[in-house]
Design a protein. Structure first.
Length: 204
């Protein structure tokens, strides 16, 4: 069995070496990339935005885990924040896919995402929604700043249009939804206390 494994490994290495030589021999043109390297700041800000989206996803995961605890037991809030975590992770992946489409993932891919510690402290459901709204506002401001940076360069117009239509629309809609939920929950808790949060959780 060991001989078979070693033979397979050597065969794989040989095939990979041949493929590498063929790719180098092809001399694939790079004009298709079409991004002006002089505006490296736009690319740097894109990478920071990816990190921010992943961080937001981790924060929402922590919130979801909080509401999933047996002593808290708010399944509506837990599902809501699990969904939010998936959406933020999806945003990060979209940005990565865009960079790949524009030929910008050839170097330093392993440094693209870093896992940072998340410290989330939640008092109640209203506090969680308030923190989520503040987080989404911060993300939106970052996207706007990214757009302004990329507008300064040449041939980033497609990225600017894509960010404006793909991301800002969803961010603004999401902020409005969170603000509405926070307003409703605050009124219910003012009227009914913990029972108001319990009833709100059932509707999420």
């Amino acid at each position: 069995m060991m001989k078979i494994f070693v033979t397979f490994l050597l065969f794989t290495v040989a095939v990979n070496a041949q493929m590498t030589c063929r790719m180098q021999a092809l001399n694939v043109p790079t004009e298709w990339i079409g991004l002006n390297p002089k505006n490296g700041q736009c690319l740097d800000e894109m990478r920071k935005q990816i990190q921010m989206e992943i961080n937001a996803s981790n924060i929402y995961l922590a919130m979801a885990a909080h509401f999933s605890r047996d002593l808290i037991n708010r399944p509506g809030f837990a599902d809501f924040f699990f969904k939010s975590a998936r959406e933020e992770r999806g945003h990060g992946l979209k940005l990565i896919e865009y960079l790949s489409m524009r030929g910008q993932l050839t170097d330093n891919v392993t440094d693209l995402i870093q896992l940072l510690d998340v410290d989330v402290k939640i008092e109640n459901g209203a506090d969680a929604l308030r923190q989520a709204l503040e987080l989404e506002t911060k993300v939106t401001k970052s996207i706007r700043a990214l757009i302004r940076t990329c507008e300064k360069g040449t041939n980033w117009y497609h990225l600017v249009d894509w960010l404006t239509g793909e991301f800002l629309e969803e961010q603004l809609t999401g902020q409005r939804d969170l603000a509405g939920k926070l307003s409703t929950l605050t009124k219910m808790m003012n009227e009914h206390g913990a029972l108001g949060e319990f009833l709100f959780d059932k509707e999420l």
